[in-house]
Design a protein around this ligand. Structure first.
Ligand code: 8YV
Length: 316
């Protein structure tokens, strides 16, 4: 019988469904994994995991009968896709259902970063308003030049929202996107140089690792803001922290970090950054939709060997 293996601590609703409907096994803590995989590895036909955990090459080696990896989340950079493809293992993710909430978060984060809403809230709560008077002036959002790095589904949804703020929009993607009126820039650096606000919306993984390096951040400049709702791995975090601290950038709004849930200590002391705990898709409605799509992919795979939303790398 094909068994289902849960890899990582998934959201309660998903983990409960896997246990009750599929009698899924759960990959134990690292020190117990060798014995567990020797006993159960050959019976596992499908893994359910999330962007936070994923399946690496060593785990793939221990699962010789694995046919599919069903990933909760649109990002699957924690899975070794090349190793899975080599073995003919297919992968699904949960695109589309989270696009709006992630784009909403990008806008909220941008407004908060430029207007200092969370910092001003802290000012009121700490009694600063009564003792120190008016809050310092902040920066205008409307009309700012916005650069979108990665004009995929989420990038497009973010751009559409910024249109409502009369922002001129440019973008960089691996390829020029046909049919868009937004201005294409050939490199991330060119895009940053032409933007006041650079929004990182590209997918994670080997192709985008370190794409926003020091030179890109420097091109964004002392009046520039970085917003990241994608993956921490896309940005050189050390350079980012240094530039934010030394005035090389005006500010940053970050929902993602290089080593989550660890946030660089130095950022905690800065008021020109807004720090969120990777919550962009975290609404009741979207998480329910992501859970449903994950379970629908699993059911489709087990029923007829077909995934509903396979990732581009494994589409036939
Ligand atoms: C999820 C995300 O919270 O979809 C993604 O890629 O980053 C988030 O929506 C995360 O993947 C769950 O672990």
């Amino acid at each position: 019988m094909t068994r289902v293996l849960q890899v990582g601590a998934l959201k309660p609703a998903l983990a409960e469904a896997l246990a009750s409907s599929y009698d899924a096994l759960v990959l134990p803590a690292p020190h117990e994994q060798a014995a567990f995989l020797t006993e159960h590895g050959p019976s596992i036909g499908v893994v359910v995991t999330s962007g936070r955990f994923g399946v690496d090459r060593a785990l793939l080696d221990a699962l010789p009968e694995l046919g599919a990896i069903v990933n909760f989340g649109v990002g699957y950079d924690s899975t070794d896709v090349a190793a899975a493809v080599e073995r003919g293992v297919v992968i699904s993710n949960t695109p589309d259902v989270l696009t709006d909430c992630v784009a909403d978060t990008a806008l909220g984060l941008t407004i908060d970063t430029l207007r200092g809403l969370a910092a001003a809230d802290r000012y009121v709560r700490s009694g600063g308003w009564e003792s120190g008077g008016d809050y310092p002036l902040t920066r205008r959002v409307t009309g700012r030049r916005v650069g979108i790095l990665g004009l995929g589904r989420i990038g497009q949804a973010i751009a559409t929202r910024f249109e409502g703020f009369a922002c001129p929009i440019g973008y960089h993607s691996r390829r020029e996107v046909p049919g868009t009126s937004y201005r294409y820039h050939a490199t991330p650096r060119d895009l940053a140089a032409a933007s006041d606000i650079l929004v990182v919306a590209t997918s994670g993984g080997p192709a985008s690792n370190g794409l926003v390096d020091r030179s890109v951040l420097e091109a964004l400049g002392t009046e520039g803001y970085l917003i990241n709702i994608a993956r921490g791995s896309v940005v050189d975090e050390d350079a980012l922290v240094e530039l934010l601290r030394d005035g090389g950038l005006a500010g940053a709004g970050l929902d993602v970090f290089a080593k989550e849930p660890r946030v660089p200590e130095e950022l905690l002391a800065l008021d020109n950054v807004v720090l969120l705990p990777h919550l962009a898709s975290g609404t009741v409605e979207t998480r329910a939709d992501m859970t449903r799509l994950t379970l629908d992919n699993l059911a489709a795979w087990l029923r007829d060997g077909r995934l509903l939303t396979p990732i581009p790398e494994v589409r036939g």
